[in-house]
Design a protein around this ligand. Structure first.
Ligand SMILES: NC(=O)CC[C@H](N)C(=O)O
Length: 337
């Protein structure tokens, strides 16, 4: 018998929500044609026995969904479950398996509302587990490695795919089909290779323990819609969203979040009626919208999303509007998170 016992393994809980990482195709050649959200969490974990070398893992099936079907109820339910686990002294880290389509929205939501410095890692895959060169098993292995690593504490919600560690705030699905689908405009935070993490950057924006938001204080999220800008645009979608009860509209604007001249009067009226107007950019991977550039935001009382893409701007605005209706406060929040 060994005289020394092995060091205790970190305890990592895996919350499974569906996606391609839980997908199954008819044949191994089906890398893009398959059904997402099929494989239960126990089977996912059993498929990667090497997880036991990294951590004491346990799995929980939270949903079984393709992530494009996530609604605000799912965000709130998942957020509350993560908070329960974060408060549990027997949990050292949390991994969330997730479809990749809206993974960036969930990761940003959690980074805003989870008041913990325990590692929270969101992970997905681009190919189902049944495919040749499936990427899910290694992505999951890397996610558990990061979630069990004390160095991952206090860095906000993280995302691991393709051997990279990204900030959940920055990362977005920039490509489909390809396994290098996730990009951060300001670069990844690090790499995870063979279960070892290598860090190069830290997030500069407020998150988790340093956030003023708390999932425990959020009962519901307001309706916020995104209107996509293009040539020949009119105000139909904006008015319809307002009619449907939107509290804010994120304008996914061209370039610097520019607004077509014929649309400006309609957006000014909507603002006067109480909706927040948030200018973002449809330029993915580097949209950067500044106040009073392109449009006089001070005069119109509009808000700019700065570097957040439209879908992340929607998440931040939903969370912010649970605390304030003041456009100046909303703008402050957009600078700080
Ligand atoms: N690669 C994926 O995970 C995409 C599958 C599915 N559309 C989802 O987001 O859940």
């Amino acid at each position: 018998a060994k005289s020394e016992s092995a060091p205790p393994r970190p305890r990592v809980t895996i919350l499974a929500t569906g996606g391609t990482i839980a997908g199954a195709g008819a044949s191994a050649a089906d890398s893009a044609t398959y059904q997402a959200a099929k494989v239960p969490v126990e089977q996912l974990l059993a498929g990667v026995p090497q997880l036991a070398d990294l951590a004491e893992v346990r799995g929980e099936q939270v949903f079984q969904l393709a992530s494009e079907s996530f609604g605000n109820e799912q965000l709130l339910a998942l957020g509350r479950r993560v908070a329960d686990l974060a408060e549990n002294p027997e949990v050292d880290g949390i991994v969330i398996t997730h479809g990749t389509d809206t993974l960036e929205e969930t990761a940003y939501f959690l980074t805003l509302v989870e008041r913990t410095n325990k590692p929270i890692v969101v992970v997905g895959s681009m190919r189902p587990g049944t495919a040749l060169s499936a990427d899910g098993a290694l992505n999951l292995y890397n996610a558990v490695a990061v979630a069990g690593n004390p160095q991952a504490r206090g860095k906000g919600v993280l995302v691991t795919l393709n051997d990279e560690i990204h900030s959940g705030r920055d990362v977005a699905k920039a490509l489909n089909i390809k396994t290098e689908a996730f990009k951060s405009p300001w670069g990844p935070l690090g790499m995870v290779v063979e279960g070892k993490s290598y860090w190069f950057r830290l997030p500069a924006k407020r998150h988790t323990l340093d956030s003023e938001f708390d999932i425990r204080r959020i009962d519901s999220l307001p309706r916020i819609d995104i209107a996509y800008a293009y040539g020949n645009l009119d105000d139909t979608a904006y008015r319809a969203f307002a009619q449907a009860g939107a509290k804010a509209i994120v304008h996914a604007g061209t370039g610097n979040g520019s607004v077509a001249a014929p649309l400006v009067p309609a957006l000014r009226v909507l603002r006067e009626e109480g909706l927040q107007i948030i200018r973002s950019s449809r330029a993915d991977q580097g949209g950067f919208v500044l106040r009073n550039a392109e449009q006089p935001d001070d005069r119109y009382d509009w808000v700019v999303a700065h570097d957040l893409n439209p879908q992340k701007a929607r998440i931040l605005a939903m969370v912010a509007l649970t605390r304030t209706q003041d456009s100046k406060e909303l703008q402050r929040i957009f600078w700080e998170y």
